[in-house]
Design a protein around this ligand. Structure first.
Ligand code: XMP
Length: 510
């Protein structure tokens, strides 16, 4: 299979570059610039290399650079944004800074033709985001495109097969971005389009059937997309030798535990053990109000329950996890500030005593995992499920977690989901749920005074969950939701709508 290496210099859109290349049916993988040597690149048979963007200036002492050996490997290179400047700099160009004249947003690109701009009209729109720029292409290169503020927006050296674009071809705002990537991948690197998702499921079932033969494999199944797809793949490969443990911490959405059990046990006849551990989790969380402490307790308890279960089953050879490609990339990055300690079932400790780990989705992006889920017959409800945090409703219940508050969270969330579906808002909001605040307020019902909880509705629209805007919900829908919740959910006498984006807020309240 032909592969493209995306060499990561710290830009925001690097995953997008790999996804775009893969959408051309060519496999692309991302490596941090300091995690792979030029020797390793050479030995890995990459057909081409893409230098990504990055926030730095090549002259910053702290900016990421790469050994010039890479220029001697005979592998084609495409530099994007910072990667373009770095490629020019490594080839002897001077990089200029336009400190007071950054170019940002949609810009008109004038094309002078050439290899990398084949099929791009003389005038088109590209997406720029830079301060430094290349005034003059380095020796051996020629300029084949420019903008008002950027005299060398595209450069090429056909002899060495080095190309650079100052703008971002991977973002959809660049009209002919895919044409440019396709020119590089097919015309320059001569890749075959042989990365097909249809083959993936079949090939991995075959592979694990051979590799795992009589081995017993344990999987922590959460009912989320990733672990569900692994369960289906491995079930097809090794049948009852796959044992799925579903830890129900009692903090799932209404009836969700039963639904997950039914789908996997009844529809797919998967070897599934459901551990009903609600009492244990509630006990461990008793009296705890601090958000981080709650998260840590749930994470720790989860691992303990799972480990105990593994010991009970005994003789397990392999642990399987639903790790996907963005998890792999994230864990290879420098840690940024910890806002919340995340918990998900992909993060089990490696020292429970297994002989190996199997992660069938390690190379895939979420949209690719979805395609396999659909192919394997996973109910669409699970394939397109909105994200649900590992600690579950615990991060949506402020203050101490009690049975009463869990029921309020579950019942109100069920009403909200129902009304969002009816109003078609499930297509507009990427995540929506209710939050049981710890605030009580006075209300009146019939002729009597009430003193109930205030409930908050949260709905966000986002691409990547790193930033998000609050979803504009029509007033009529808000009214229906509020009226249904105050009438049908005992303990709630006031409903509010959270109109804060991320940042400054986060999506979940805790
Ligand atoms: P925040 O609240 O950090 O959430 O803005 C961003 C996205 O991450 C989800 N989330 C989690 N997912 N384990 C997960 O698997 C967790 O501990 C966790 N905490 C938050 C959240 O639902 C949103 O989609």
């Amino acid at each position: 299979m032909d592969k493209i290496l995306v060499l990561d210099f710290g830009g925001q859109y690097n995953q997008l570059i790999a996804r775009r290349v893969r959408s051309l049916s060519v496999f692309a993988e991302i490596k941090n610039y300091d995690c792979i040597t030029s020797e390793e690149i050479k030995n890995n048979d990459y057909k081409g290399i893409i230098f990504t963007g990055g926030p730095n200036s090549v002259y910053d002492p702290s900016s990421p650079h790469y050994s010039k050996d890479i220029l001697e490997l005979g592998i084609p290179i495409l530099g994007i944004c910072y990667g373009d400047q770095l490629l020019a700099y490594m080839n002897g160009a001077t990089i200029t800074s336009a400190k007071h004249n950054s170019e940002y947003g949609k810009t008109t690109l004038i094309s002078l033709g050439g290899t990398i701009l084949k099929g791009v009209p003389e005038k088109s729109v590209c997406w720029m985001s830079h301060t430094d720029y290349i005034k003059e292409a380095p020796s051996g290169f020629k300029t084949t495109g420019y903008t008002n503020n950027c005299p060398c927006a595209v450069m090429e050296n056909n002899e060495k097969k080095f190309y650079g674009v100052q703008f971002h071809p991977e973002v959809t705002h660049t009209e002919y971005g895919m044409t440019i990537l396709s020119n590089f991948v097919f015309d320059v690197c001569e890749c075959k389009a042989d990365w097909k998702m249809d083959n993936f499921a079949k090939a991995s079932i075959e592979k694990y059937r051979n590799e795992l033969k009589d081995k017993k494999v344990l999987l922590a199944l959460s009912g989320g997309l990733d672990s569900s797809v692994v369960a289906l793949l491995l079930n097809k490969a090794i049948g009852k030798n796959l044992i799925c443990v579903f830890v129900d911490h009692g903090l799932l959405r209404k009836d969700e535990g039963d639904y997950v059990e039914k789908v996997f046990k009844d529809t797919f006849d998967i070897n599934l053990i459901r551990v009903n551990a609600k009492a244990r989790f509630l006990n461990a969380l008793k009296g705890v109000t601090d958000p981080e402490t709650k998260r840590k307790i749930i994470g720790k308890e989860f691992i303990e329950v799972f480990t105990e279960e593994a010991k009970k089953i005994g003789n397990i050879d392999i642990l399987s996890q639903g790790t996907i490609y963005p998890d792999v990339i994230e864990s290879g990055r420098n840690a940024s500030a910890v806002i919340k300690s995340h918990h998900n079932v992909g993060g089990l400790p490696k020292d429970i005593g297994f002989k190996g780990i199997v992660e069938p989705l390690r190379d895939l992006f979420k949209d690719e995992v979805r395609k396999i889920g659909i192919e394997l017959g996973l109910p669409l409800e699970l394939v397109y499920r909105q994200p649900f945090p590992g600690p579950g409703l615990a991060v949506r219940i402020i203050g101490e977690i009690t049975e009463e508050k869990i029921k309020i969270a579950q019942d109100s969330d069920a009403i909200l989901r129902e009304e969002f579906l009816k109003a078609g808002l499930d297509k507009k909001a990427n995540q929506y749920f209710t939050v049981v605040t710890n605030t009580h307020s006075v209300g009146v019902m019939g002729d009597a005074r009430t003193y109930g909880y205030t409930l908050a509705i949260r709905a966000v629209t986002t691409d990547d969950f790193m930033t998000a805007t609050w979803t504009r919900i029509p007033f009529d829908t808000l009214e229906t939701i509020s009226s249904r919740i105050t009438n049908e959910v005992k303990g709630i006498n006031r409903v509010t709508y959270d109109i804060t984006s991320k940042p400054p807020a986060t999506v979940e309240w805790e």
